[in-house]
Write a protein that binds this ligand. Structure first.
Ligand code: ARG
Length: 586
């Protein structure tokens, strides 16, 4: 199944060929003048330039050939040599029914499914989440769904930050708090099975320890030693670390679940640890490791670089594995366990250099093929002051607080709009939660990922404008229409295109395929967000212009119900690809 653009491209290519004009690639695009045409081709301009011929004359010949095509209602030459195409109503109806029957709501699957790993979220043990993690979770979840939807075999990995210096900081802080802790004993254990810390403890210990490490060199030194000892396998430290990880991870999993983000794997930096020693030997064997002031590094500069990229630090002077080391070893691990053809790292743009270093090192070491590793960077979510968003207290954001704040706002908005008043309390609460998540996610995903945006809960939660709640409201409206139809015994039937609003809706349904393709190719869910908004708006106009249950005759009613059902199916699908769940009622 191809979308209309694909079909017209073939028709245009055939027309050029029949005129004896060898076109490298026929170009058809959605018309930028919907009042004049549905699609347009500027291929005559392209070929005329190469052949030094008159573009209008070429366009005229091609248009004449196309005029006989029953799929086209009109073919016109415009401007310097554009061919304007209007699709026949019959073809539009056919295409809408294809979308209705399609498992992918009209989108095309990938030609050759690949194994793809999406590395996203990236929360850290004990360290609070920041906006970078929030965006990574929202964008990564959507990208994972888009790839899986088109047929790739996809695994999403949280890549938990559980192995770096912050672990040494925590151990040192705990050692000060409980100097008699059994976990500090040097021997092989056994150590207590109960955690010596709660989540609250971790949340208190970490910031203090981090601050002290900045101001007290002696404390920092101890933390660095603890990190090295942990990584070298000191049993008490490992046991303590396992408790930190479990406590932190349990809490994070709950929060991510509330956000509608589900990882397939909760692997962490530490999972790469058993591979590090072997990897370091191998890197040394390949002559890639260079001694540098007691540390061991890989130089990654390339000829033609515009600026000097620092080397990748593999082993610190204390013998510790660094962030880049675990990332490199994780590539080795992923190759062994899943062998992905592509790994997408959905991480804050500010880490661009880090990934460039890691990718180059992986290339030098022969761990990944050219193009198999991609950093999918994104801008920040800012506060009104233009700086990365912080809570009112000035602290970094806590996912839990953010979600409850948004849910509170969503409740207010529902009340204001007179929505959900008849719902049982539990359902109202679940709906408010869905509205809140839709608000947060849509606000994020409707921007291209590389642009920064300003956090504005009032705007995000509005039921009007380009927002998640608006889209949910439109979806729920269609659901209720379909329920009423069912109660009246009205069934959907064959789709007919008669009214301009029906044409417009059929064209919008057709455009989903291109939106999915763009979102996939550019790893940019914003194309889908844009489509969902356009579809909802187009449906709204259709609904205003074309009575459904009160349609003039039975055939039209059945057709319009089919339109409604297909729109709902595609809209829910688009929202689901954005990670947004649609409630039944409001
Ligand atoms: N934990 C990291 C951080 O907070 C993000 C991890 C991203 N993924 C990766 N493979 N490095 O910055």
């Amino acid at each position: 199944m191809t979308d209309l653009k694909g079909r017209l491209t073939q028709a245009v290519a055939a027309a050029f060929a029949a005129e004896g004009l060898a076109l490298e690639r026929a170009a058809v695009s959605v018309s930028d003048r919907p009042d004049l045409a549905d699609f347009q081709s500027n291929s005559a301009l392209v070929i005329a330039k190469a052949a030094r011929a008159n573009p209008r004359e070429i366009a005229g010949r091609v248009a004449e050939r196309l005029a006989g095509d029953a799929d086209l209602a009109s073919v016109e030459v415009a401007g310097p040599g554009f061919v304007n195409l209007r699709v026949a109503d019959r073809l539009l109806a056919e295409r809408a029914m294809e979308v209705e029957a399609s498992r992918l709501a009209g989108a095309a699957p990938v030609a050759e499914p690949r194994r793809v790993m999406v590395d996203y979220g990236g929360p850290n043990v004990a360290k609070p989440m920041h906006v970078g993690h929030l965006r990574a979770s929202i964008i990564g979840e959507s990208i994972k769904r888009i790839f899986r939807f088109r047929g790739d075999e996809v695994l999403g990995d949280a890549h938990f930050g559980d192995w770096g210096f912050q672990m040494g900081l925590l151990i040192t802080a705990l050692a000060e708090r409980d100097s008699a802790s059994p976990f500090l004993a040097e021997g092989a254990g056994p150590f207590p099975a109960a955690s010596p810390v709660s989540l609250k403890d971790l949340e208190r210990l970490y910031p203090t320890a981090a601050a002290r490490a900045k101001s007290e060199p002696e404390f920092r030194e101890r933390a660095r030693r603890a990190t090295a000892e942990l990584q070298a396998g000191r049993p008490g430290y490992r046991a303590l670390w396992a408790h930190f990880v479990a406590v932190s991870r349990g809490a994070l999993q709950r929060e991510f679940h509330a956000l509608g983000v589900e990882f397939d794997l909760w692997k962490g930096e530490s999972d790469a640890d058993p591979l590090i020693a072997g990897m370091v030997d191998e890197l040394a064997g390949k002559g890639l490791l260079v001694e540098d002031q007691g540390a061991r590094i890989i130089r990654v500069v390339r000829e033609g670089d515009k600026r000097e990229l620092p080397p990748l630090l593999v082993v610190s002077s204390e013998g510790s594995a660094m962030y880049g080391t675990t990332d490199l070893a994780t590539i080795v691990d992923r190759r062994r366990s899943f062998d992905p053809a592509l790994i997408l790292y959905v991480v804050d743009q500010r880490q661009a250099d880090h990934f460039e270093q890691v990718f180059r090192a992986a290339g030098l070491a022969g761990y990944a093929a050219e193009g198999a590793l991609e950093h999918i960077g994104f801008g920040t979510m800012n506060g009104a002051d233009g700086k990365p968003f912080k809570t009112r207290e000035g602290g970094v954001l806590k996912l839990y607080d953010l979600i409850s704040m948004a849910t509170g706002k969503a409740r207010e908005r529902l009340h204001e709009a007179g929505l959900g008043a008849e719902l049982p309390t539990a359902e109202f609460e679940a709906t408010a939660h869905k509205v809140a998540i839709a608000a947060l996610k849509f606000a994020d995903l409707s921007n291209h990922r590389t642009t920064a945006y300003v956090f504005d809960l009032d705007r995000f939660t509005s039921f009007e404008g380009r927002t998640g709640p608006y889209l949910l409201y439109q979806a729920v409206r269609i659901k209720s229409l379909l329920r009423r139809a069912e109660a009246e015994g009205a069934a959907a039937g064959q789709i007919l295109v008669r009214d301009p609003a029906e044409r417009e809706l059929a064209l919008a349904l057709d455009a989903f395929a291109a939106a999915v393709q763009d979102a996939y190719d550019k790893r940019a869910p914003s194309f889908l967000a844009e489509h969902a908004y356009r579809l909802a708006q187009t449906f709204s106009r259709f609904y205003a212009a074309c009575p459904v249950l009160a349609a003039p005759d039975e055939a039209l009613r059945a057709s319009r119900l089919a339109f409604a059902r297909t729109t709902l199916k595609q809209l829910t699908c688009a929202l689901d690809l954005l990670g947004i769940e649609t409630p039944e009622r409001m």
